[in-house]
Design a protein around this ligand. Sequence first.
Ligand code: AMP
Length: 634
Amino acid sequence: MDYAALYRRSVDDRDAFWREQAARIDWHTPFDLVCDTANPPFAQWFVGGETNLCHNAVDRHAATQPDQPALIHVSTETGREETLTFGQLHTEVQRMAAVLQGLGVTKGDRVLLYMPMIPEAVIAMLATVRLGAIHSVVFGGFASHALASRIDDARPTVVVTADAGSRGGKVIPYKPLLDEALAQCSHSVPHVLLINRGLAEASMTAPRDVDFAQAREAVLDAQVPCTWVPSEHPSYTLYTSGTTGKPKGVQRDTGGYTVALATSMAQIYCGKPGEVFFCTSDIGWVVGHSYIVYGPLIAGMATIVYEGLPIRPDAAIWWSLVEKYKVSVMFSAPTAVRVLKKQDPECLRRHDLSSLRHLFLAGEPLDEPTAAWIGEAIGKPIVDNYWQTETGWPILSLARGIDPDAKTRLGSPGIPMPGYDVKLLDDQTGAELTEPNRKGVLTIGYPLPPGCLQTVWGDDDRYVKTYWSTFPHKPVYNTFDWGLRDADGYYFILGRTDDVINVAGHRLGTREIEEAVSSHAGVAEVAVVGVADQLKGQVARAFVVARDPSRTASPALRQALEAEIMQTVDRQLGAVARPARVDFVNVLPKTRSGKLLRRAIQAVCEGRATGDLTTIEDPTALQQLQDAVSEVRG
Ligand code: AMP
């Protein structure tokens, strides 16, 4: 089939295209309207239809292929390795649903998960949507303050957690961090459900805290039918960083998301029922939601849920799993590949990768040398794909399922995927840039295709103001990425237009990190910027004006204060957000109106020209910054 024609139809004959795609999933009640566009920029998909995400991911396959593998768990941290068939997954999800129900969870309630990569995490997500409740997974790398703000926003009925996670053999306690968060937040959480892995001490507060193993024993025969929900009923919220310090709860629907994932599995990832999909992300991120949990299961595939590092016990571990479980589609991030690149390439060649068709990479820019290296090392096509937490599935990629021979272009994540009316706009005038090779803001025309965010949880106004109001009188969604399209229609992503940074594929807001740094009593002012890094794509660097100059009077004192600031960030947000380096200056470069000159700070850090700085308030600020940056550290 001609992909160009299919794509045009998805935009020009939208309703007919998506009506066909909707047949990929089961509907309890058929929909009567494909897309309700009566209230732009909001859009509701498959209106009048009723379905259930868990039914489409689990029940329908349990009915037809009960003995086929569904969830393969491998932990190189604890040695646990097990496979659940669709039939077994169906049983376990119902047990979990019965436990959640017993704790008072009903349709529309929120269930917040703070979990390591264990099967119970996936089972809890599926059980939540089975009940028509709404899950909100918080990445396990976030610490108590970040967790507390998300709990306060989601106001969950139950928080599901574990005693601990493990990383590189080091036990990372979860329950104490949750207890700290619960003490900080204003919402009173009625119940905590604890999965005790026996890794760390977990203090239990009765009657709030409930042990899952015990509760499960009481519901072994539970039969909990799916709660049918309207297509537009929220399935989950997922918090993501923006330009303010307050993370946004990206809210996803049920019917549109299920259809979009089913479509992407067929048209982009080429996943077939009975095969195995291996996505190395974490359930705390959108890639984990869409392509560890829901996408593969909706497609009737088994999904590998991996806990561990890519290089432990050695760099062959992932590839040994590809061989052992005959993985046909793999999905990872450029950072992980850059980590592997530092290892012996023989590790990758040791295993039979004949089952593997493609390796998809996403989450951050894929640089050409990394793409070329991994393509050569594994001898498989590498497919870059570009999307965001907000969209839930790829905006740009190659539709390998439609056009298997689609040419990759190193450095480009490809072309628009079905339903995405991608437009590049001039950042000043908002005019559409139709000629090739012009840099513009990457936007998407109204309506967003199914599966994308419906709104910001509890804040429709923020949704409209943040995403749809950049270009007055132009109904476009702003991705906040710079883009460029070449003469053949391939897009290139040229970085964010806002203050969001991307560290090892993890999206972080510099404002959030600045708030955490500022909470240290010794900090008067701070600027955090993202700086290019060979391994992680970007790292955060902080420039601090200390309250008391005597605390930065010598290298040893500066080092001590830097360590304290880093610990503060670890405690508040988690090590994932810790700046790679903290430098001290007497004044930060600002405009006369007091705006931080972030781009100039970033340029100095990256050794680039700062551009026109006529608006700078104190020109000595830049020299100070330069001196701090060039200070050689022992
Ligand atoms: P997140 O919402 O955490 O998935 O982060 C989304 C952001 O990561 C995007 O807005 C881009 O800035 C960046 N990103 C994701 N995938 C790619 C890609 N394939 N190429 C370039 N940038 C990407």
